[in-house]
Structures are given as structure tokens and as C-alpha cells.
Design a protein. Structure first.
Length: 368
């Protein structure tokens, strides 16, 4: 689209709004910048932008803007797009709404890959019949069931009183049930996050009983090459986030040795109680982290502080006071927060301990 100003007699009262002349190839070639005419990828023509307003203004002595003039819009056309001096370029006309004969809007016009119910007429309009309205509603119903646009289009005109169609519905029902379960887990995660935030990140200890975890390595320490070997299983775990979790694991030996810092593995975990969500392929390739009776240690640290041995002093003091010994590898569950804008996160550690001193009555069952 191009712009110009007009003035004289009636035009002296104000600038004339002439529209563009982008549906007039001769005017475009004569008045716009040559590089725009040859190389711009979108003129925005409609059936009426033939430059008539400009020509009328010039006929009464109005003044045009200086030439050459730039093309306003760019997208997907060339000079060869022009047809019979009246150009309709569909991509430029998607800003309108699509309606039935009764004037009712029935589709999302922004969806360029959706259901096309009728062909355009010569003037660029579409005419929709009651049959089209029925197909549109049937299409919406299939989308409501969770089918993709391409699946719904394929199924729309296919014979549906078939075993294949019923099987598609049954598969979709299973998919929706899985999504419902995932949403339930995500809601629980949010509730757990809110509970953790209520503690204001204070150091907190509690004896709990935690189910064993099935995990897959994304790294060995800071070496992430193993993630390529475990790519398929990791993808499955990520697809199940909320049922699964991103975590880190510290070996018992690493925590108790004389090094100044720990070197945790990055892992993805799922409770053994949720193993039915995992494929047979994944179940055959995961490892098992034994937890059971644990000290739950909650703290606020940055990622850099998290690996320093001195940040475990509170934990060691708690264990010594209660004569508890660490009996296995430690699980770290970051909350992935940024509490202060500088990387402080709340971490929950699960430390497997022996059964000395503290009685089972002091423990509570829980989940991660």
C-alpha cells in the first residue's frame, strides 16, 4: 500500500484519504521505488485500491507526495501477482472475519491450516451453506475431543461407523485420561510449592518415609555425554514432568569424603509407585535409588553454595545429635525458584538414615 497527500478546492479543507494504488500495476511501476517494485515481497492490494482517488485529485490540480514512493507492507508477492489490474492476495486479507449467510462468525480466521469450507468467489468472498455450518460444528467437536487439526480434517468426511473410528476415539480417551492425571499431579506440585514458600526458606528437618525412586542419568557430575545415550528415556521423563522430577544425586561416599565440595549427578526421577506411567523400554533402563526412612532437610542456597560442604553443616549437626548415620545416596530436589533475583533457591534433600535411636513413630510417610 502507498500513501500520498492531496490538496486543492475540496481537498484544501484537509488531506484527502485516497487509499492506495497497489492494485494498479502501471501506477506502481511508475511511482514507487524501483527496488520496491522489483523485490518487495508484499503489496497489500484489495479490489478497490486502483488509484482512482489519486487520479481525481491530480485532475483538479492536487499535489502528490514526492516520488518515488515506498511500498508500505512486505510479505509474499511479486509484480507477477497482479491479475487484470485487480489483485486479490489472500494472505493480505486474513484480517477480516468469516461469517455464514446469517452473518454469524464460525471460525478462527488466523488459522491458515484449518478447515476450508468453501472456495472463494471471483470477488474474493466466500459463501457458506447450512451444510458448511454442520461440517464446521462437526470439526469443532472433533477438536474438542483433543484431535489435532489435521486429524480432525481427515476424519471429518471419512466414514465414521467403523472399528477404526471407534479405535481412534478409544485412543483419544486414553490420551485425555493421561492428561487429566498429569494435571492432577501438577496441581499437587503447585500446592507443595506453596507449602514450601510458607516456610520462608528456613532450615527445617523432619523424619519421613519416602518411596524408592527410579532414575535416569542426564550427567555424571558435570559430564553430560551420558544424556545422549539416555536421550529416549530422558525425553519420556520430561514428557511426564510433575509425575517425574528433575533432581540431583550425591553419593554417600562423596558427601562424607574430605573434598571441599560435592559433585552431584543430574538425574530425572519417578517414584516406584508411578512406574506404570513408564514404558517397558524406560523401565528396563532406569536405576533404582533406595530411600525409605529419610531425614528431609530443607534449606535455601544458591546453586554455587549448594555444592559446598560447609552448607551441609546443619545436616551433620542434626544427624549427630540424634545418632543417625547416613546409609545411602542423597537425593536433592531443587524447587527451581529465584527467590531474591540472584539465584537463591529452596532445596529439599532426602538423606537415607539407619534406624538407630529415633523410633518409627517419629517418622511420617510422604512423597517427594
Amino acid at each position: 500500500m502507498t500513501l500520498s497527500k492531496l490538496s486543492r478546492r475540496d481537498f484544501l479543507k484537509g488531506a484527502g484519504a485516497t487509499g492506495g494504488y497497489d492494485a494498479n500495476p502501471e501506477m506502481m511501476q511508475a511511482w514507487v521505488r524501483p527496488e520496491d517494485y522489483e523485490h518487495s515481497s508484499w503489496w497489500n492490494p484489495s479490489w478497490g485500491t486502483t488509484g482512482d482517488g489519486h487520479m481525481m485529485g491530480l485532475a483538479v490540480g492536487a499535489e502528490m507526495d514526492s516520488l518515488p514512493q515506498p511500498v508500505m507492507n512486505f510479505s509474499n508477492a511479486t509484480p507477477s501477482t497482479f491479475v487484470e489490474k485487480r489483485v486479490y492476495f489472500p494472505g493480505a486479507m486474513n484480517w477480516g472475519i468469516m461469517v455464514t449467510e446469517e452473518g454469524k462468525r464460525f471460525t478462527n480466521e488466523n488459522n491458515q491450516h484449518g478447515l476450508v469450507l468453501s472456495d472463494r468467489m471471483e470477488n474474493g468472498y466466500r459463501v457458506f451453506t447450512p451444510k458448511d455450518a454442520f461440517r464446521s460444528n462437526a470439526f469443532r467437536v472433533l477438536l474438542q475431543y483433543g484431535f489435532s487439526i489435521s486429524e480432525a480434517i481427515e476424519m471429518l468426511d471419512a466414514k465414521q461407523d467403523t472399528a477404526e473410528f471407534r479405535e481412534s476415539l478409544q485412543e483419544q480417551r486414553q490420551k485425555l485420561e493421561r492428561e487429566r492425571i498429569l494435571l492432577d499431579y501438577r496441581q499437587r506440585r503447585i500446592e507443595s510449592m506453596l507449602d514450601v514458600l510458607e516456610t520462608d526458606g528456613k532450615v527445617d528437618f523432619k523424619l519421613v518415609h519416602i518411596p524408592d525412586q527410579l532414575y535416569v542419568n542426564a550427567s555424571h557430575g558435570r559430564d553430560f555425554t551420558v544424556s545422549m545415550e539416555n536421550e529416549k528415556v530422558l525425553a519420556e521423563y520430561y514428557d511426564l514432568l510433575s509425575i517425574t522430577s528433575c533432581a540431583r544425586i550425591i553419593t554417600r561416599e562423596n558427601l562424607l569424603d574430605d573434598s571441599p565440595a560435592v559433585d552431584p549427578d543430574y538425574i530425572n526421577i519417578a517414584s516406584v509407585e508411578e512406574r506404570h506411567f513408564l514404558s517397558d523400554y524406560a523401565q528396563q533402563r532406569v536405576k533404582r535409588l533406595e530411600l525409605g526412612r529419610c531425614v528431609r532437610f530443607r534449606r535455601t542456597v544458591t546453586r554455587e553454595e549448594s555444592v559446598r560442604k560447609e552448607t551441609f553443616d546443619d545436616l551433620f549437626a542434626y544427624l549427630d545429635t540424634r545418632q543417625l548415620a547416613i546409609r545411602g545416596d542423597i537425593l536433592i530436589m531443587p524447587m527451581f525458584l529465584n527467590l531474591d533475583g540472584e539465584g537463591s533457591d529452596i532445596e529439599v534433600l532426602y538423606v537415607p538414615v539407619n534406624d538407630q535411636e529415633a523410633s518409627d513413630s517419629a517418622s511420617s510417610s510422604g512423597s517427594i
